[in-house]
Design a protein around this ligand. Structure first.
Ligand SMILES: Cc1ncc(C[n+]2csc(CCOP(=O)(O)OP(=O)(O)O)c2C)c(N)n1
Ligand SMILES: CC(=O)[C@@H](O)[C@H](O)COP(=O)(O)O
Ligand SMILES: [Mg+2]
Length: 642
């Protein structure tokens, strides 16, 4: 499809081109940029509503700042499509998130305009402060450092840690722009959200704010210095608001706003003023997620990352899937937790800001007093779960595998050392796909299996996920005090008929799926389905035994003795990093027990694997069915049946 670029946008490739235009042309630039994002995302996919919401902010920032000399950091980065388009990637934008194409997030190696690589939220304030302090150290006083952070991202501890420090560095040239649209992926939650609404709607506050901005305007005309203006502003604000202290001001961050984030003229004027205001400061900008595309404004969660859509009708196109009626693993989780909770009153569910992504929203709807969204706060989610577990609750704490990285200390210190049987459901384990390396759940097998008091399991299909969830909440498991990690991937499973009655699985018990004579393949989790396909191709050339390990910890030792006593060639397959994963665990077992089979491990190698469709990444790393077949053929097994 031919996508046109608009009269002004077609000549803008870099911010220097934007700066050649008159201020009154910025309206048109915004209009054209917004349309370009709509056109592109409708046919190529990706995140959507967040970028539409910051079109004006993006244009204003690149018009006013001197990027890339000035440092501009987009928190999370899912809203940075406009930034990418204005900074040299317009003509490549059709490759966004596609295998071999540009990343969906700012990335240092992709562009000098991407000051900091992002993907996980709430890093921008600390990173920008670090840059500001670095510039101070280097004597680069002219440089601006700007962090654009959403109201959702602001709920994380890391953002608070950054603000706490920033407020004590009086000479740091740091501007935090709070992009407040009252949304995370789902509606934003928590007391901070209420506070932001309060300062946005408070009549007293806004009256004072208007007076202050007027004052600022008048004083500029008289050529007063920014420092003088700020002093007046602060006096006016503090005098009038004694009874209503401002949270950010209390942290010594000068607070400005709230202002309309879709008023490009005002944004340009304010950002120009901000450049001359010294020290750490925060500008509160109000925006609408999905701005300018009606369906996205109306259902902001659905349009966070809608997939392909018809831009005229707003109809979201359905994905073609191999197993048309197989459910997503996340939905099996969502329905199964409700089913279990109906029988077990001790069950509760926790998600840090991913109700839709994890499908915990099914339980939040069915049992609102037993399922909780705690905001983007993975560390808190884990320790909260630990606290609940001390009171005898069976807590399913559902966190995407890669976001769990942030809560590692809490898993060790607050859960495992304290013998608390929290149930960690790690969704998006293995390759996340188009989100790329920031989101791949590559490391959890390795980082979970080394913790005492932690069981690590992965279901090969939907039925297995249900049975593992059933095991985790059982009285006998909960009484043991061990935590459990259940890891499963993004996307659909393989069992259209998945709602089977629960059956018992014993902790640490794997299963033999198929006998064989030439070699054994040991799989962990859904990679077992690729092994099944590979074996269909390999037989009768090779006689292959297949074991589904189910547990990376504890290992099924009886099963492994059987394997190593019988087979000289063993292949392990996992959707996780090879360093320290289940293949490593099996090697440890082999050496510890004096076996000496030839073991080939398949999984994610020790390098960053970029973005692409999951199947492309499995193929790249050689653990799709084809890769497994090739590995078997390369083993040169003597005396096999062929
Ligand atoms: C540590 C971490 N947890 C969760 C996510 C998933 N996530 C991506 S965007 C988002 C919502 C962010 O909300 P906000 O910062 O307000 O940005 P908006 O989408 O509203 O522009 C969430 C929860 C993430 N990227 N990083
Ligand atoms: C930016 C971000 O972190 C989320 O939007 C993430 O892309 C969601 O991933 P899923 O699409 O797998 O839920
Ligand atoms: Mg938001």
């Amino acid at each position: 499809m031919l996508i046109t670029q608009g009269d002004l946008l077609k000549d803008i490739n870099l911010p220097e081109d934007l700066k050649k235009l008159r201020p009154d042309q910025m309206h048109q630039v915004c209009q054209e940029l917004r349309q370009y994002i709509i056109d592109m995302v409708s046919v190529h996919g990706g995140h959507f509503g967040a970028s539409l919401g910051v079109v004006e902010l993006t244009v204003a920032l690149h018009y006013v700042l001197n990027t890339p000399d000035d440092q501009l950091i987009w928190d999370v980065g899912h809203q940075a499509y406009g930034h990418k388009i204005l900074t040299g990637r317009k003509d490549k934008f059709y490759t966004n998130r596609i295998y071999g194409g540009i990343s969906g997030f700012p990335k240092r190696k992709e562009s000098e305009y991407d000051s900091f690589g992002v993907g996980h939220s709430s890093t921008s304030i600390s990173a920008a402060l670090g840059m500001a302090m670095g510039s101070l150290h280097n004597g680069e006083k002219h440089r601006q450092h700007v962090a654009v952070i959403g109201d959702g991202a602001l709920t994380a501890g890391l953002a608070f840690e950054g603000m706490n420090h920033a407020g004590s560095i009086n000479d740091a040239n740091l501007l935090i722009i709070l992009n407040d649209n009252c949304m995370a992926i789902d509606p934003n939650v928590g007391a901070l959200k209420e506070y932001l609404t309060d300062i946005t709607t408070s009549k007293t506050y806004n009256k004072v704010k208007d007076e202050v901005w007027n004052l600022l305007g008048k004083m500029s005309k008289f050529g007063k210095s920014a420092r003088d203006i700020v002093a007046k502003v602060e006096n006016a604000m503090k005098g009038a608001l004694l009874s209503q202290s401002n949270f950010f001001e209390a942290l010594n961050l000068r607070y400005f706003g709230p202002i309309d984030g879709h008023d490009i003229d005002h944004l340009v004027a304010v950002l120009n003023d901000m450049k001359n205001i010294p020290g750490p400061k925060i500008l509160h900008v109000l925006t609408v997620k999905g701005k300018g595309y009606a369906p996205a404004e109306l259902d902001q969660t659905k349009w966070h990352a809608p997939g392909l859509f018809d831009k005229v009708t707003g109809e979201i196109k359905k994905k073609i899937i191999t197993h048309p009626t197989a459910p997503k693993y996340q939905d099996v989780f969502g329905h199964t937790i409700v089913e279990l909770a109906e029988k077990n009153p001790k069950i509760v569910g926790i998600t840090p800001a991913m109700p839709s992504g994890s499908s915990l929203n099914i339980m939040m709807k069915a049992m609102p007093d037993r399922a909780f969204d705690v905001g983007i706060a993975e560390q808190h989610a884990v320790t909260l779960s630990a606290g609940m577990a001390t009171r005898g609750l069976a807590v399913y704490c559902n966190i995407y595998s890669s976001f769990m990285q942030r809560a590692y200390d809490q898993v060790i210190h607050d859960v495992c050392i304290q013998n608390l049987p929290v149930i960690f459901c790690l969704d998006r384990a293995g390759f996340a796909g188009a989100d790329g390396p920031t989101h791949h759940g590559a490391y959890d097998i390795a980082f979970m299996r080394c913790i005492p008091n932690m069981v690590v399991a992965s279901p090969m299909n939907e039925e297995e996920l249900r049975n593992l969830m059933f095991l985790a909440q059982s009285d006998s498991f909960q009484a043991g005090g061990e935590a459990i990690t259940l890891r499963y991937p993004r996307g659909e499973g393989v069992m259209p008929d998945w709602r089977k009655p629960f059956s018992e699985i014993k902790v640490g018990e794997g299963r033999k799926l198929k006998e064989g004579e030439d070699l054994a393949i040991l799989s962990f989790g859904p990679t077992g389905n690729e092994v099944i396909k590979a074996i269909e191709t390999l037989e009768p050339e090779f006689s292959v035994a297949h074991y589904d390990m189910r547990f990376a910890k504890p290992l099924d030792e009886a099963l492994l003795h059987e394997v190593f006593e019988k087979f000289t060639h063993v292949i392990t397959v996992e959707d996780g990093c090879l360093q320290g994963g289940i293949g490593s665990a099996i090697l440890e077992f082999m050496v510890d027990h004096g076996y000496s089979s030839k073991v080939k491990r398949l999984g994610i190698p020790d390098r960053l694997v970029e973005h692409g469709e999951q199947y492309q990444l499995y193929a790249e790393c050689g653990y799709d069915a084809k890769g497994i077949v090739e590995t078997v053929r390369s083993l040169q097994i003597q005396g096999h049946l062929a």
